[in-house]
Design a protein around this ligand. Structure first.
Ligand code: KMT
Ligand code: NI
Length: 193
């Protein structure tokens, strides 16, 4: 599992690690309890993923582990997004939007094929947990979890975005307490008994 830690409520530089003083690590088990799934993928470099933001057919997956995951979970769409000022159109606007706290009405699936970055998710106490994803990490965030994304200090990430069916990336910014996806998440993962 990737490194993860608690964050302060407010940050000055979103790309800095922003650990508490002293650092409070968050375990794989705690992340699993929030509904996050994780796979360490083998040999990313072997499969030569395009490093530009282009659609990419998951049927072309030569990686048997990715193939198996796709089959098991029904992922039928994939593309590759490169978050870097020279590669992402409207970079400034996008990076700002990624860092707004939001939910989706579907699972968010990211396979990091190059670079690194931070996914921040809210834990059960509504505190930010920062997850440092790197090349080879495949992580899913469940439907309805409050989260955000930022580059780290290397300012470069290539991520395969997978989806079941026609992709919809629409973020619903917090608050969304009445959104069906949020209610579903709360019932599944935040219920007290
Ligand atoms: C998201 O959902 O925030 C993104 O797609 C960001 C880029 S994926 C590393
Ligand atoms: Ni998102």
């Amino acid at each position: 599992w990737p490194d993860a830690w608690l964050m302060p409520d407010q940050v000055e530089d979103q790309c800095a690690p922003n650990q508490l003083e002293p650092n409070v690590p968050v375990s794989a088990e705690q992340m699993r309890d929030l509904g996050i799934c994780y796979w360490k993928m083998d040999d990313v470099d072997k499969y030569d993923y395009p490093i530009k933001a282009i659609p990419w057919d998951p049927k072309d997956a030569k990686d048997p582990k990715l193939q198996a995951l796709r089959d098991a979970r029904g992922y039928s769409y994939a593309d590759i997004i490169t978050v870097h000022p020279d590669h992402l159109p409207e970079f400034d606007q996008k990076i700002k939007a990624f860092f707004e706290e939001h939910i989706h009405d579907a699972e968010e699936i990211r396979y990091i094929v190059g670079g690194s970055g931070y996914f921040d998710v809210r834990n059960k106490e509504d505190k930010w947990v920062r997850v440092h994803v790197k090349k080879g990490d495949l992580m899913t965030l469940p439907e309805g979890i409050y989260h955000r994304f930022t580059c780290d200090e290397d300012h470069m990430i290539h991520a395969m975005r997978l989806f079941i069916g026609q992709p919809v990336w629409t973020p619903f910014n917090r608050p969304q307490e009445d959104h069906p996806s949020r209610k579903k998440y709360a019932e599944l993962f935040l219920a007290t008994e």
